[in-house]
Design a protein around this ligand. Sequence first.
Ligand SMILES: Cc1cc2nc3c(=O)[nH]c(=O)nc-3n(C[C@H](O)[C@H](O)[C@H](O)COP(=O)(O)OP(=O)(O)OC[C@H]3O[C@@H](n4cnc5c(N)ncnc54)[C@H](O)[C@@H]3O)c2cc1C
Length: 374
Amino acid sequence: MTIYDLGIIGGGLAGTATAYFAAKRGARVLLLERRDLNLGASGSNAGSIHAQIPFDPFRHLGADWAARYAATIPLFRASIARWQSLEEELGGSLGISVKGGLMVAETPTDLEDLRKKGAIERGAGLPVEDWDAARLRRDAPFLSTRMIGGNFCPEEGKADPFRVTPLFARNAVAQGVDLRRNTAVTALHRRDGVFTLETPNGPFQAHKLVNAAGSDAARVAALLGITVEIEGHAIQVAVTEKRPPTLPYLLYFTGEKLTLKQAAEGGFLIGGGWPARLENGRPQVDHRSMIRNLVIAQTVMPELDGVEIVRSWAAMVNGTADWRPILGEVRDCPGFFLNLFPWMGFTAAPAVSEAIAALAIGETPEIALDAFGL
Ligand SMILES: Cc1cc2nc3c(=O)[nH]c(=O)nc-3n(C[C@H](O)[C@H](O)[C@H](O)COP(=O)(O)OP(=O)(O)OC[C@H]3O[C@@H](n4cnc5c(N)ncnc54)[C@H](O)[C@@H]3O)c2cc1C
């Protein structure tokens, strides 16, 4: 039986990107996906390219948490830089646009907190500008006049979740990756430095293994007796009919969960992590969440009044309670690597997966992941 250099579990963005980067470096790679590619969070997300620390956990977990979480900012920045060279490298459009992200506040207390958060972010090297009400009126005239100030980060933007994973997969296969769809990993063993992956299509073997199973990563790690505190949460997004271009930025609001942006085609994407329902284990749109999300969007941007919702969907996101990514080799299980970036893993995947690929084939990655081990 072939023993691959590297086996990867999960055909989302983390798995396909890791496969591509490892194969490009000369490794013999196997990628196993239990369904089809991009059917998990990677193909169902809102496409925001984030760099600012989210406000909701900042409010609930505090400034000390934010100071610790700021260690992820270099990962986001490296990934955003990587996103911008990927279209040329992978040979296709990814719908990437980096025109900045604006987080706005309606109350003096929130604005004060936003400024504290901005100071932490600047301390970690992220460019964040303080925008007062006059600047909002000038550079964001679409906002409600109830917004009194905001933090603007020029490095944020958006990309198209339908395009990136398939393009990584195509390039991975071109680099020689053995990609198997409809091949769920049901058991794992490690003996004499070789992993055996049991699947309904027979066993496979690899010297190293990467767990990129997203919201199911805890179940996959448990197959080797390893506990990983990552879990699946059902969340949802809605998209409106097309409208003339108005909103160039990725927009957030401190008052309630919101991300809002306008696609190149004209539709507004409205999200922010509102909870969906689980029905027989499958995520379904929760209409109460949707109405709340839409009311907030309209509070921030009044011209959304009367704009029709044309589509909404729900999916499982990979989440950790403290938002911390879990990355790198598991100390107690040499050769087993985790590529688990919660909540904002779409943004982080390119640079982080390149680093995981380098580590898994024994090279030194360009970005340090040491602080994010299990
Ligand atoms: C609605 C929503 C909106 C989001 N918005 C954003 C956003 O705007 N910006 C952002 O940065 N992030 C966003 N995220 C988060 C982001 O999408 C995820 O963090 C990221 O896509 C995770 O990628 P992944 O490849 O690790 O996981 P996934 O894309 O979930 O892929 C994991 C894959 O592993 C497979 N798998 C699981 N178990 C097995 C097994 N035993 N054998 C074989 N295969 C297996 C699954 O079938 C799946 O295909 C959002 C997520 C959701 C759900």
